[in-house]
Design a protein around this ligand. Structure first.
Ligand SMILES: *Cc1c(COP(=O)(O)O)cnc(C)c1O
Length: 384
């Protein structure tokens, strides 16, 4: 099926599906072969060449969702991040990265890049001027993440793209928090889109995978490195991910709706000091979020009133579970200062506005009244 003119949920359900010619089954057959005949075939298929039938099918769906010509699926989000970055950087090059980044990406850059002679700078903010200030003669890539983790700041896609064009740079975005349902950075001039498919694409906290989508030309360059790095995903997991993505549109839209309702609910509660959600008019980047996002996403963060203990509060929750990861159909919470941002010093965290009592909330698809009730009973329990 051609993806042109098809709506989101039709793309999620159908694009890239494989036909079961033998038995006429309703879903894509799963091809687990690691070996394919080489005579009289024009494609040399092999899982690590990223070109098995199931991989190619799912890549079509991801490319259609992100409005790109091409895509590749990886064994994890970090395999996607590292391969995409390394494909556009070599010794002597410089990359500018957004200050607030996913912890794994921060570690990749901090722990590995100097070994390969790649220079890097982190911005001091997240507006376009903060990026332009770090650009040097040898800069090749601008790397952004929006909405960011954990304060949900919004980076202006159009301005970043225009700065990059002015300086002849490649732009890469980690689009995980938004998902392709809520944000298509290609439409604003960004070159390469990365996802941790472990999050909203998988959506059920049972798949670890990654994806990169871009022009055919950029993807060819990424593929050349990908086959050498070897971070491909098993076909069984590719098949599971295809199944999960059929419901991505309805899941994420339900999560958008629940998150917006929970953001207003928390904002109106006197036991809550602060709420960070780009869909709240009080959020510093609300206008920008409205311009470049179709929905505001399922992630929000909040701080309790100073007299309330964040750890006790999380222990008192019954329905909402503590969890390291995010974006599943189930609602979860996490303390950035104790987990994702624990390796940063307290001063660095404070300078980025990440309070020790901050709670990151990944809103699921449960009935919103039950989520509200759980928060209220937990607040009551810790005030006793
Ligand atoms: C989880 C995550 C990653 C890394 O993905 P893995 O699948 O865990 O390797 C990258 N970026 C963001 C924003 C994430 O949330």
């Amino acid at each position: 099926m051609n993806s042109k003119k098809k709506g989101l949920n039709t793309i999620c359900t159908h694009i890239g599906e494989l036909e079961d010619k033998q038995h006429k089954g309703a879903v894509s057959p799963l091809y687990m072969s690691t070996s394919y005949a080489y005579e009289d075939v024009d494609v040399k298929r092999y899982p690590r060449y990223f070109n098995t039938p199931n991989q190619e099918g799912l890549c079509k769906k991801i490319a259609a969702l992100e409005h790109t010509e091409s895509a590749l699926i990886f064994g994890s989000g970090m395999a996607a991040v590292s391969t995409a970055l390394m494909a556009f950087l070599k010794a002597g090059d410089h990359v500018v990265l957004q200050q607030t980044l996913y912890g794994g990406t921060y570690n990749l850059v901090n722990e590995e890049f100097s070994k390969y002679g790649i220079e890097y700078s982190f911005t001091k903010g997240w507006n376009a001027e903060a990026f332009e200030a770090e650009i040097k003669g040898n800069t090749k890539v601008l790397y952004i993440e929006t909405p960011s983790n954990p304060l949900l700041t919004i980076t202006d896609l159009e301005s970043i793209a225009s700065i990059a064009k002015k300086h002849g740079l490649t732009t890469i975005i980690d689009n995980t928090f938004a998902s392709p349902v809520n944000q298509n950075p290609i439409d604003f001039g960004i070159d390469i889109v990365i996802h941790s498919a472990t999050k909203y694409m998988g959506g059920h906290s049972d798949i670890c995978a990654g994806a990169v989508a871009s022009s055919a030309k950029n993807m060819e360059r990424i593929f050349q490195l990908a086959k050498n790095f070897g971070g491909s995903l098993s076909d069984y997991t590719v098949w599971l991910l295809e199944r999960s993505m059929k419901t991505m549109g309805i899941r994420v839209r339900a999560q958008n709706e629940n998150a917006l309702a929970m953001a207003y609910f928390l904002e109106g509660n006197t036991d809550i000091e602060k709420v960070y959600y780009p869909g709240l008019p009080a959020h510093q980047d609300y206008v920008l979020a409205k311009k470049q996002m179709k929905g505001f996403g399922g992630m929000l963060s909040f701080e309790l009133a100073p007299n309330l203990d964040a750890s006790q509060f999380q222990k008192a929750l019954r329905l909402i579970k503590p969890s390291m990861s995010l974006a599943g159909v189930e609602s979860t919470v996490l303390s950035p200062s104790k987990t994702s941002h624990a390796l940063m010093s307290a001063e660095v965290r404070a300078s980025q506005g990440i309070a020790d009592g901050l709670i990151r909330f990944s809103v699921g698809i449960e009935e919103v009244e039950d989520l509200k009730e759980d928060i209220l009973q937990a607040l009551d329990a810790i005030k006793k």
